[in-house]
Every structure is written in structure tokens, then in C-alpha cells.
Design a protein around this ligand. Structure first.
Ligand SMILES: Nc1ncnc2c1ncn2[C@@H]1O[C@H](COP(=O)(O)OP(=O)(O)OP(=O)(O)O)[C@@H](O)[C@H]1O
Length: 353
């Protein structure tokens, strides 16, 4: 049986200072789903969170939360009546209130006993026992985040909005906190939308990803599916799924600086200016003093040596990313070969880097 969505956004447009900031944004999430909003700086991620929260008014479109229209042509529900919990990037804890008082802030309409019971439960859930009387400045970044989460969860919202929730957390702790928070949200069947600059956070924390660009959602789906089949070069580029190789059609084959490749998938053959997305796993590198490419840069990573390889000849222009266990020096000439696969091809675009 299909369940109705907890959040349903339909053709939302936001205009600020006569500039279109969100353009025909639509998506929906079922109960318990976590969505990661990603995209380049200024693409409208925070604006979308603010529109959902009710902090700014869209021009057109609809926002429905748990079946209740919160925004439409003739409805605007105030933020405090949308049943949404918001966790801001800097947590926005009240500095003059203790941990317990911060958590109880949104449930002041409850009687004292119910407030205390609720705070006690959240303190335990977020592992904040012993910190009840402390003030925000006496807590670490991770502890402050837990208080912000407890405060947002206290009124039992239908939806949580999180603006870059992990950006202030030490990199070593980040993964641990993400896993812990995800488990907590899953145990509560809490639906959440979070903004991040870090695509790796999406893979650890989210069920769905929305890749935004200039106010549009370019692609929405399961993170693995989006990475497997990016719908546009902007999505592939933003998610850093691989590097680009120019190609043209030549007698039913792809003519590339690395040789001819058979086309093994559907492709619009009208386009002759092609950009081929090459994921590092589809590229092999071999030392060859007569090779057509040269090692330009080396990074040492968990997956082995990461090489950036460029052409020897100035006739070509590429910067390909390839991993290898082999140690190769900068400046060494190499031979690159592409492993046959379902190539991902896009029409070449001026904006490509
Ligand atoms: N109050 C405002 N007044 C004028 N322009 C605004 C306002 N808020 C946002 N904008 C503009 O809207 C666009 C989207 O901003 P937004 O903060 O939503 O982007 P973002 O994707 O969250 O960016 P970042 O990743 O840098 O936080 C930007 O061009 C920004 O300058």
C-alpha cells in the first residue's frame, strides 16, 4: 500500500530582489526518508530549506507537510504551525539557557511534569546525561549539536530540516556522529532534509539525494543510482564522478585522444561534440616512455596512488584521474587505456571545466 508523503513540494518558485532563486522545484519524501540537498554554492539549498520552514514566502507552488497544505496560492501557514524542527548550522542554542532549558524551549506549553519527562527522555536518547545544567559555551561542538537535535525533536515534529549539520564537527568525529544520528532518526521514523557541501555525507547519512544547480533540482534519487547514471554533466561534475575526455563520432565509433572506442549504449548521434565521462575505475595506467600521456600530479589516498594525467602533445587537452598501486614519478610518460563499459556520454558544453 502506498503511503502518502510527509513532505510534498510542487513547482515551487522563489524570487528575491526580482531574481529567480528557486525554479519549479518539486519533490516528495515518505515517512522516515532522509534527503541530502547538494549543489554548488549559491544554487539555492538554504533558500529551499527556508521556504519549507516558512521563513520566506515563495511566489508560486505548493508545500504540503504530512497532508497539511502549508503553502499554496491562498494558504501560508506560519513557521511555528508547520510541525517542523530546524537545526541551524551554528545550532543557534540560547547561550543564557542550560542544556535542559534549551531542550524544553519548544514545549513550554506542556505542564512542568510533562516537560521534565520529555527532557529526561531526550537527554538519555542523545547521551547528554550529566550535562543538563551546563550552558552551551561549556559544551563541545558535538555536544552542542546533540542539544540542538534534542531541542528540535522535543515538540515531536513531522519533519526535520538541518542546515549543514556536520560542518562544525571535527572530521574524525563526523562519521561516527552521522551514523549515530541516522540511526536515531531511523528509530523515530523521522523524515529529514539536510543541506551539505560534502557529497560523502550524503552517502553516509541520506536515503535520497537532490542535486541542485541555479535554483533547479537537476536530479533526485537514490545516491547510488544518481552516481551510476547522472542525468547531466553538471550532476557528474558536481559529484566528481570522473574526468572528461572530448570525443567526436567517427564511423560509428568514438574518436578520442586515447583512441577509437566502440559505442555500446544508446546515444543521440546528432551530437558530434561529445564529452565522455571516465570514472577512475575505468582507466588503466602503464609506464611507457613513448606513451601519449604524462603524470602531472600525485596524491596518496586510501585507494592507492591517485594520479592526474595530462597529454604530452599540446594538440590534446585532458586531465584524467586514475588510481594505481604502482609508484610512478611526476613527469613520467605513461600509456592510458580505457576499460570497455557502458560509456556515459554528454553533449559537450561551454561551461565544462
Ligand atoms: N535575503 C537575500 N537577499 C538577496 N539574495 C539572496 C538572499 N538570500 C539568498 N539570496 C541569493 O539566493 C541565491 C541562493 O542562495 P542560498 O543561500 O540559498 O544558496 P546555497 O546553495 O545555500 O549556497 P551556499 O552553499 O553557499 O550556502 C544566492 O545567489 C544568494 O545570493
Amino acid at each position: 500500500m502506498a503511503t502518502s508523503p510527509i513532505i510534498d513540494i510542487n513547482t515551487l518558485d522563489v524570487v528575491i530582489d526580482e531574481k529567480a532563486i528557486l525554479n519549479q522545484v518539486s519533490f516528495s519524501l515518505s515517512a522516515g526518508e532522509i534527503l541530502g540537498l547538494v549543489g554548488p554554492s549559491g544554487c539555492g539549498k538554504t533558500t529551499l530549506l527556508n521556504a519549507i520552514a516558512g521563513f520566506l514566502a515563495p511566489v508560486t507552488g505548493e508545500i504540503t507537510i504530512d497532508g497539511k497544505p502549508c503553502f499554496s496560492t491562498n494558504t501560508t501557514v506560519a513557521p511555528e504551525h508547520r510541525h517542523i524542527g530546524v537545526i541551524f548550522q551554528d545550532y543557534a542554542l540560547f547561550p543564557h539557557m542550560s542544556v535542559a532549558e534549551n531542550i524544553a524551549y519548544g514545549i513550554s506549553q506542556y505542564d512542568k511534569h510533562s516537560q521534565q519527562e520529555k527532557v529526561k527522555k531526550l537527554i538519555a536518547m542523545l547521551k547528554l546525561e550529566g550535562f543538563e545544567s551546563r550552558y552551551p559555551h561549556q559544551l563541545s561542538g558535538g555536544q552542542q549539536q546533540r542539544v540542538a537535535i534534542a531541542r528540535a525533536l522535543a515538540p515531536e515534529p513531522k519533519l526535520l530540516l538541518l542546515d549543514e549539520p556536520f560542518s562544525n564537527i571535527d572530521a574524525r568525529l563526523r562519521n561516527e556522529l552521522m551514523i549515530e544520528l541516522r540511526q536515531l532518526l531511523k528509530s523515530l521514523s523521522m523524515t529529514a532534509v539536510f543541506v551539505t557541501h560534502n557529497k560523502d555525507e550524503v552517502f553516509t547519512f541520506a536515503d535520497k539525494i537532490a542535486v541542485m544547480h541555479q535554483g533547479h533540482i537537476l536530479q533526485f534519487g537514490h545516491p547510488v543510482e544518481v552516481c551510476k547514471q547522472p542525468c547531466s554533466w553538471q550532476v557528474a561534475d558536481f559529484l566528481q564522478l570522473g574526468s572528461w575526455l572530448n570525443a567526436t563520432l567517427y564511423h560509428d565509433k568514438l574518436d578520442t585522444p586515447l583512441g577509437l572506442l566502440s559505442i555500446n549504449n544508446e546515444f543521440d548521434r546528432q551530437d558530434n561534440q561529445i564529452a565522455l565521462l571516465i570514472k577512475p575505475q575505468h582507466l588503466k595506467v602503464m609506464v611507457d616512455q613513448h606513451g601519449e600521456s604524462v603524470i602531472q600530479h600525485i596524491n596518496i589516498t586510501e585507494q592507492g596512488y591517485h594520479y592526474i594525467v595530462a597529454p604530452v602533445s599540446s594538440k590534446h587537452d585532458y586531465q584524467l584521474s586514475v588510481y594505481s598501486e604502482q609508484v610512478i614519478q611526476i613527469g613520467q610518460q605513461v600509456q592510458l587505456s580505457i576499460i570497455e563499459h557502458d560509456y556515459i556520454l554528454f553533449r559537450r558544453d561551454n561551461g565544462m571545466s
